[in-house]
Design a binder for this molecule. Structure first.
Ligand code: PHE
Length: 472
């Protein structure tokens, strides 16, 4: 749909449901399937998961509504939208820093995100090869020992050139859709891929529920042990909430910029965050039973999804087909997110320099390719390069982990903090009241969260997360 803005028309979502699907597509991705289980495992399970859910409800959801509100009011790239809200509120246009930081963060996330997208492509290739070799009836990788299947990922990590190539391929797919535009490209992927993805995820979780270790998983993921809730665990949980909901990187401001005036932002924000959280929890319920049943370590980190799921597919009848379908779905979910990540800096370049869309998108993708290659090589050739060794939060981490850590643990929470302050305290009350789609006590509750709860909680979590030693 073309949205009219000052006499000019701008490409936009074709309907409310198209916006919801695209926003869910942006939110649901590797963050839910790959990062959430890995973070939950590395941070002790239940305490992390329950604090994560609290963060989604009390911080994520109100910020999501604030971001879409800014975008919808501005109808422009993220920094320009912030400036327009600031202007209408008669406050400094320097608040656009919150969105400029977001553009940078989105670019950084895009760079390492497509590296993981490349791993997904590799697994799709492995399952296809398996089907060619041994047909569709048996389990995946039949007759091959479990260790060999777990070794698929380390083997890939050992091959720097292949990783860089797959990264480029995934980035290429992303570029293809972003270059085609909002309604003709971004919307198209989301509309077809997200529903299919949901169905398959539920099917595999149900299968896992009958495969044993399910009750162990439920108690692992939902038992609250207060002593495990340390500063760093809280920072990891809030970072994961933002990563998963695509917040603090101007992503939802950008997507909000393509929303029509008639859409109720309050209810759509609730739908988007519920869907995203449901997928993260489903992913946990799908992956951990297999981890426990196979006696693997929950702290396996980035390898968790890639190394555990093939176990399930090995025992399943027609497992190679199910496995192939599953990784194709993961690829789709990742693609609808990487498309959002590429769109943020692309929209900014279009606005700022008046480049045409394909040129803007290609420039950003080219930059992300270079940064992404460094991230991919940090698993092999550059494994000993720890760029931020002098900062305790990032000590001993390679470039991939540093990109992930800087964005999720610093840039996203800080971006969200500024958004809460801007909308809660500086933006014009009438503008906000009219445009948030909430009424009555819900409106007051949201205002209370944005004004008090979000800023105080975020400052607190940032401090205890960055300086855990201070409180011992
Ligand atoms: N939310 C996406 C995921 O969970 C990642 C993402 C972050 C996408 C920020 C856009 C913006 O995979």
């Amino acid at each position: 749909m073309a949205l009219s803005q000052g006499g000019k028309t701008r490409d936009g979502w074709s309907s409310r449901s198209a916006f919801i699907l695209a926003a869910i597509g942006s939110a649901v991705g590797l963050g839910n399937l790959w990062r959430f289980p890995a973070e939950a495992g590395a941070n002790g399970g239940g305490a992390f998961v329950l604090f994560y859910i609290l963060c989604v409800l009390m911080i994520g959801l109100p910020i999501l509504l604030s971001e879409t509100l800014i975008g919808r009011h501005g109808q422009a790239s993220a920094p320009e939208s912030v400036r327009r809200v600031a202007k209408a509120s008669r406050v400094s246009s320097h608040w656009d820093i919150l969105a400029s930081m977001g553009v940078l963060a989105a670019f950084m996330i895009l760079s390492f995100y497509c590296v993981v997208g490349g791993w997904v492509l590799y697994y799709i290739g492995q399952f296809m090869a398996d089907i060619f070799a041994s047909g569709v009836t048996g389990g995946a990788f039949e007759g091959r020992p479990a260790e060999e299947i777990e070794a698929l990922l380390p083997n890939l990590f050992g091959n720097g050139i292949l990783m860089v190539g797959l990264n480029a391929l995934f980035l290429g797919f992303t570029l293809f859709f972003v270059a085609r535009g909002v309604s003709g490209g971004i919307e198209l992927v989301a509309k077809w891929m997200m529903p299919a993805f949901f169905i398959l995820l539920i099917a595999i979780t149900v299968y896992g529920a009958f495969g044993g270790a399910f009750s162990q998983t439920v108690s692992y993921l939902f038992t609250f042990e207060p002593e495990k809730l340390t500063g760093p665990v809280m920072l990891a949980a809030v970072g994961q909430a933002f990563f998963s909901l695509s917040l603090g990187v101007a992503g939802m401001i950008t997507y909000g910029g393509y929303v029509g005036r008639n859409v109720n932002l309050g209810s759509t924000s609730a739908i988007i965050s519920s869907a995203d959280t449901a997928v993260a929890l489903l992913a946990g319920l799908c992956i951990f039973p297999i981890v426990f049943a196979a006696g693997l370590s929950v702290a396996a980190g980035p390898g968790l999804m890639f190394q555990t799921l093939p176990h399930a597919f090995q025992e399943m009848p027609t497992g190679s087909v199910v496995g192939l379908l599953f990784f194709i779905m993961v690829g789709f979910a990742a693609l609808t997110s990487s498309v959002a990540l590429l769109e943020v800096p692309t929209a900014w370049l279009i606005d700022k320099f008046r480049f045409v869309r394909p040129v803007s998108a290609s420039i950003v993708a080219g930059g992300a390719m270079i940064l992404g290659a460094l991230a991919a090589l940090s698993f092999n050739e550059l494994a000993d390069w720890h760029p931020l060794d002098f900062i305790p939060l990032f000590a001993g981490q390679g470039f991939f982990d540093v990109l992930d850590g800087i964005t999720a643990k610093l840039l996203m929470p800080i971006g969200a903090l500024l958004t809460a302050l801007f909308i809660g305290w500086f933006a014009d009350r009438k503008l906000v009241d009219l445009e948030n789609g909430l009424g009555g006590w819900l409106h007051l509750f949201w205002l209370f969260l944005v004004r008090f709860v979000c800023p105080i909680a975020l400052i607190g979590i940032l401090v205890v997360g960055i300086f855990p030693g201070m409180f011992e």
